[in-house]
Design a binder for this molecule. Structure first.
Ligand code: NAD
Ligand code: ZN
Length: 349
């Protein structure tokens, strides 16, 4: 088959590789019908994720059709259309039982980042992928949900919801600020709306992203430049927001999140910070501010899928550009120049 193979920092190629095969009885093989590119893939390509070694097939988002199942796969059969969760998880180890799928202990005693596709196991930017623990890692798609909608449920919608909105403990009537209106921040904006947030303030450097934020449910937009903080405070009668969600991943925006939260409010860090972040703990302590962070578990994908099917979540709005798998290198080019191309998610079929 053809696959996008990581060749070390700055290098990738669309090349012939052996077809994946069932290794364990809990595996399934899925033919990729639709995949997409995540900011994390760009981090890997820069060499920021040393755990990913040359030779790895990239990608952790995908929708496809099952072509083979192992002997102990119970819930799925050949021909089923499925969403591939970004993280494979057994569903029954000590960590999975608490919902911490991102720390699945599996049968091999391995945990954490390794279970994300395209990291220590081959990913979804290929014609086929092997999915371990298929019963828990795949979700059958109902009629009426398109591939373009479903592929947003592999990673970005659960990430914005679980690590932004749920960890941030958004409640009805809250004022929520989301810093960074990329796909993940927009997912947080869309899903904060599910909880009846009274106001959702999107903050970004990029005007186009702020325009997008309005279509996902932001009630206010603030350009991340001089006077940004005064604008946010003015929107909250000087009180600060109830919840600030950081969806960029740089020290500056984490700091911003901590500066606009009301006493007793919540800062939910979603961004992946390659660098240490300074924590002025005493100032947070005196304000009784809660801080949360974490890796997505994608344990809410089935619930979010129901909302997408009922048209309560506009998953289709993330797709801005379309390519075929053979042109995946062009898709990378468009995605990596998002500030010029206005790309949100590039959909590859
Ligand atoms: P993205 O790069 O597409 O979007 C980031 C947005 O932040 C852009 O719109 C950019 O204009 C904006 N931005 C940059 N600097 C800013 C500043 N100083 N002030 C305000 N806005 C600024 O990224 P994405 O794909 O939406 O992902 C967001 C973050 O979430 C990344 O760090 C990504 O690695 C992380 N992530 C985390 C998890 C998790 O499990 N926690 C999962 C997936 C992605
Ligand atoms: Zn597990």
């Amino acid at each position: 088959m053809k696959a996008l193979v990581y060749g070390g920092p700055g290098q990738k190629s669309w090349q012939d590789v052996p077809d994946p095969r069932i290794v364990n009885p809990t595996d399934a093989i899925v033919r990729i019908d639709t995949t997409t590119i995540c900011g994390t893939d760009l981090h890997i390509l820069k060499g920021d994720v040393p755990a990913v070694q040359p030779g790895r097939i990239l990608g952790h988002e995908g929708v496809g059709t099952i072509t083979d199942v192992g002997a102990s796969v119970g819930n799925l059969t050949v021909g089923d259309r499925v969403i591939i969760s970004c993280i494979k998880s057994c569903g029954h180890c000590a960590n999975c039982r608490t919902g911490l799928y991102s720390h699945c202990l599996g049968d091999e005693g391995q945990s954490g980042i390794g279970w994300i596709f395209g990291h220590l196991i081959d990913g979804t930017q290929a014609e086929y992928v092997r999915v371990p623990y298929a019963d828990n890692s795949l979700h059958r798609l109902p009629e009426g949900v398109s591939d373009e909608q479903a592929v947003m449920l592999s990673d970005i919608l659960p990430t914005g919801f679980e690590i932004g909105v749920q960890y941030g403990r958004v409640k009805p009537g809250d004022t929520v600020a989301v810093i960074g209106a990329g796909p993940v921040g927009l997912a947080a904006i869309a899903t904060a709306g599910l909880y009846g947030a009274a106001a959702i303030i999107a903050i970004d450097l990029d005007e186009n992203r702020l325009e997008q934020a309005r279509t996902f449910g932001a009630t206010e937009t603030v350009i991340s430049g001089s006077g940004w903080k005064e604008q946010v405070l003015a929107l909250t009668d000087g009180q600060g927001v109830d919840v600030a969600i950081e969806a960029v991943g740089i020290p500056q925006t984490f700091e911003m999140a901590t500066r606009i939260v009301r006493p007793g409010g919540n800062v939910a860090n979603v961004g992946v910070h390659g660098k240490p972040v300074e924590l002025h703990l005493e100032e947070l302590w005196i304000q009784n501010i809660n801080i949360s962070t974490g890796l997505v578990n994608a344990n809410t994908t089935p619930m979010l899928l129901k909302l997408v099917a009922q048209q309560k979540l506009p998953a289709e709005k993330f797709a801005t550009h379309r390519f075929t798998l053979d042109n995946i290198l062009d898709a990378y080019d468009t995605f990596s120049r998002a500030s010029e191309t206005n790309a949100l998610k590039v959909v590859i079929t």
